[in-house]
Write a protein that binds this ligand. Structure first.
Ligand code: DAH
Length: 290
């Protein structure tokens, strides 16, 4: 433009503008035509007036829902989540938990053995040992997970079920702490009207040991045996010390409590499920109700 004579500038400027808008318009028209063709091709053969395919949003499994609630309550009391393998060594499942090979408790917890001698864990108490092997006290953990037994499958038994384990190790831990923790937990879960019975019992890995019965309107108002618990047996600490090669769990210094309970039966009661197999049949018509 700088070389154009002054009197020609307006005319030339207008001309250039006209060219630019002609090119732009042509480009836009072509783009729109191509897009229209592409849209037409995409919809070819599709009747957009037909109803679409529904994609229902899934629901969490009733046992998962119960598990999430239990984890949330224990978290409020400072318990951390811990984990361990489902395929376990005999030592983690039994020996370390003060249950030697000739102990009758092994009969009650028969399970599936692999050719190399490992087994499917019969309880989540194995995670107590797994945690103490790699962490020094104090310890405050919960371990939800699958457990396995060689049980006949019927309306109330499966070969795989779900347990929640807990372990608390610190200085000066007493039965009062154990009772307070479990009573708080179950009242949060089943309501303030829950009543408790701590019945003396035997577990190889706790001394003293108790079975906990609970009565709550949320659970049908009948006494139910709900959990096992007790004070960690010093023999368990000694097994862990030997494996660790130190005295991190000196039973003269540290005490602890442990507990374990199953989630399947509680989920059955809460959902009025008459047969435990409904939980694993994977019938969406049943499970999607919850
Ligand atoms: N492991 C036991 C079972 O499967 C439940 C249990 C009882 C766990 C007492 C514990 C405990 O930690 O202290 O039947």
């Amino acid at each position: 433009m700088k070389d154009v004579a002054k009197e020609d500038k307006p005319r030339l400027g207008k001309l250039l503008n006209d060219v630019r808008s002609a090119v732009t318009t042509a480009l836009d028209e072509r783009k729109a035509a191509l897009q229209a063709n592409a849209d037409e091709a995409a919809f070819a053969g599709i009747d957009v007036t037909l109803p679409g395919t529904a994609h229902p949003i899934g629901t969490l499994h009733p046992i998962t829902q119960l598990l999430d609630r239990t984890v949330a309550i224990f978290r409020r009391m400072g318990f951390a989540l811990a984990d361990g393998p489902d395929i376990e060594t005999e030592w983690h499942c039994f020996d370390a938990l003060n249950t030697p090979a000739d102990h009758p408790a092994r009969n009650e917890q028969d399970t599936f053995y692999l050719a190399d001698g490992r087994l499917l864990r019969t309880h989540t108490s194995t995670v107590q040992i797994r945690t103490m092997e790699k962490t020094a006290p104090p310890i405050r953990i919960i371990a939800p997970g699958a457990a396995y037994r060689r049980d006949e499958i019927d309306a109330t038994h499966l070969a795989q079920f779900t347990q929640m384990e807990g372990l608390y190790v610190d200085q000066g831990v007493s039965v009062a702490d154990l009772k307070g923790t479990l009573e708080f937990f179950f009242r949060e879960l089943f309501g303030p009207d829950a009543q408790f019975r701590f019945r003396p019992h035997f577990f190889p890995f706790t001394e003293p040991s108790y079975e906990v019965d609970i009565k709550a309107s949320a659970l049908g108002g009948k006494w139910l045996e709900i959990a096992g618990c007790g004070m960690v047996d010093p023999a368990v600490f000694e097994q862990v010390n030997t494996r660790r090669g130190d005295t991190a769990f000196d039973p003269e210094k540290w005490t602890g409590f442990a507990f374990g309970f199953g989630l399947d039966r509680l989920a059955m009661i809460l959902t009025s499920t008459p047969d435990i197999r409904y939980f694993t049949d994977n019938d969406q018509r049943y499970l999607a109700q919850f």
